[in-house]
Structure formats: structure tokens, C-alpha cells
Design a protein around this ligand. Structure first.
Ligand SMILES: CC(C)(COP(=O)(O)OP(=O)(O)OC[C@H]1O[C@@H](n2cnc3c(N)ncnc32)[C@H](O)[C@@H]1OP(=O)(O)O)[C@@H](O)C(=O)NCCC(=O)NCCS
Length: 149
């Protein structure tokens, strides 16, 4: 297993990125300026995480594990690497997600805690309803991971 930073041809992973963020125009807002980490197992790109630098800290904009590799610990492994990297250069890492139990459980199990909520984010920023676990997403729930320096 190895984790690489990908700097070129990030669009090659669009099929995976769209699993986590299903509107292309939203992905385009962060893909080029974001740092893309790809976890490979036997040369298969299994998990991807894209992190941007924002005025308020670093933020995970996209986090995904290939469907047939989910629940095998790959996502957590990649986030542990992200914590190693950003724990050295930043104080705080945010991630925003819809109110999906599965995704929120994942972030909490990886050490994130609730930060704040942005009301109506999915209604105002997406051009179609985003449905997860049979429920339409409305608010963006932000989690945070603080690093002691
Ligand atoms: C969320 C996601 C990235 C998790 O990746 P993963 O590689 O499957 O996660 P891991 O196997 O490392 O899971 C670590 C822990 O997180 C929790 N977790 C992960 N998926 C979960 C789920 N569907 N339901 C409940 N808890 C879950 C569990 O505690 C899990 O440990 P366990 O399997 O020993 O119980 C993956 O499910 C995914 O790509 N989903 C689709 C895209 C998406 O929604 N991305 C997030 C956008 S904000």
C-alpha cells in the first residue's frame, strides 16, 4: 500500500470523485487548487482525499473509497496520513458533509468532532436534489480535527 500526491491529470479520478461530490461544477471549484492524495493498493487507486487551504484552516473537499473496497480500513488509513501531514503544518482541519449517518460515522470514527452547520448549503449550491440514504441533503455539517502544536 502506498500514498502518493497526484499533481497532474487529476481528472483521471473523476469517476471516484463524483461518488463523494456528485456535481462536477463543485469539484471544478477545488480540484486544481487542492492537494490530491491517492492511496494505492497493488496499483489500484483505492481511496482519494483532496485538501484545500482556506482562510480558516485546511479543509477536506473530497474523500472517497472505491465502492468494492469500502469498509476495509482504507479511508481511515488515508486520513491518518492526512493527519500526519497537516498536523505538522496546520492547527485545524475541517471537513463538510451532508447529514448522512454513514459519512458522519466515518469521520467521527477517524477522530473528527462536530464543528458547525451551514444551513441550506445543498439547496443553495447544488443544481439538483442530493439524495443520500434515501434522504435529501439540506445542511452542510462541518467536522473538525484540531492539532496541538
Ligand atoms: C465515507 C467513505 C470515504 C469511508 O471510506 P472507507 O474506506 O469505507 O472507510 P473505512 O473502512 O476506513 O472505515 C473506518 C470506520 O469508519 C466507520 N464507517 C465507515 N463507513 C461506514 C458506514 N457506511 N456506516 C457506518 N460507519 C462507517 C466505521 O467505524 C469504520 O470502521 P469499521 O469498518 O471497523 O466499523 C466511503 O464510504 C465512501 O467513499 N463513501 C462514498 C463517498 C462519500 O460519501 N464520501 C464522503 C463525502 S463527504
Amino acid at each position: 500500500m502506498e500514498i502518493k500526491i497526484v499533481t497532474q491529470y487529476k481528472e483521471q479520478f473523476l469517476d471516484l470523485l463524483l461518488l463523494a461530490d456528485e456535481q462536477l461544477s463543485m469539484i471544478e471549484q477545488y480540484l486544481q487548487r487542492g492537494t490530491m492524495f491517492v492511496l494505492y493498493d497493488k496499483n489500484i487507486a483505492v481511496s482519494i482525499c483532496v485538501v484545500t487551504k482556506e482562510s480558516y484552516g485546511y479543509e477536506i473537499k473530497n474523500m472517497v473509497t472505491r465502492v468494492d473496497f469500502q469498509r476495509k480500513g482504507y479511508g481511515k488509513k488515508l486520513l491518518e496520513h492526512i493527519f500526519d501531514v497537516y498536523g505538522k503544518i496546520g492547527n485545524i482541519l475541517f471537513v463538510g458533509t451532508g447529514e448522512s449517518i454513514a459519512t458522519m460515522s466515518f469521520y467521527e470514527s477517524c477522530g473528527f468532532v462536530f464543528s458547525h452547520k451551514v444551513k441550506n448549503f445543498f439547496i443553495e449550491h447544488y443544481d439538483h436534489p442530493i439524495i443520500e440514504e434515501g434522504v435529501q441533503l439540506v445542511d452542510m455539517i462541518y467536522f473538525k480535527k484540531e492539532f496541538s502544536t
